[in-house]
Design a protein around this ligand. Sequence first.
Ligand code: AMP
Length: 218
Amino acid sequence: MRLILLGPPGAGKGTQAQHLVAKYGLLQLSTGDMLRAAVKAGTPLGQQVQDIMARGALVPDDIVVEIVGQRIEQPDARKGFILDGFPRTVPQAEALDQMLGENKITLDAVIEITVDETALVDRISGRFSCKSCGASYHDRHNQPKQEGVCDVCGSHDFVRRPDDNAETVKARLDAYRKQTTPILPYYKAKRVLRSVDGMAPIDTVTQQIETILNKVKG
Ligand code: AMP
């Protein structure tokens, strides 16, 4: 199964991808996670993208296309993957098509998680994740069952992203509106685009996605 999860920052792409990883054993390929890892490790790539990410702008297409291209050729991606946060521009979508074509891979679905923009700043400003396993949480909407303890791995350490602040969120939403929404008609024309209501509770969104996947698998 090869999927793309689309939606603005805060739509719940990462949270839903984590459910799908657990349920279907797919690999989650998040370009944001890969870039953050490069920044943390202080690699030349990390140094190149650090400021761009901090201001909420998009990293140049050739950089992200290159890292995704290398990643989907790894053996652990053969069984299938979920692209979370990629593609984000029409040239990225075109480059992805070319890479998939060269590897004789077809996309099963592109799932857009739709949300009211007014909810996004609230969603983003309250989110945090487990430092050990990356499980996603939210101060108001999705707290760990036991306060201060990760539901998944039991860790007590949590982190917040430096770009999850009100100012940067505006720039990220702007980038989504201007640069990413043009890929919706691109996938619509290919008849692979499906939408789910991302304002519904997390479990309901998961069910909507599973219904779509059962149809495309079947
Ligand atoms: P995310 O974790 O998906 O919200 O991504 C965090 C940041 O990484 C974004 O605000 C961009 O600066 C950068 N980034 C992640 N994925 C991409 C992409 N496909 N194209 C360009 N920039 C990206």
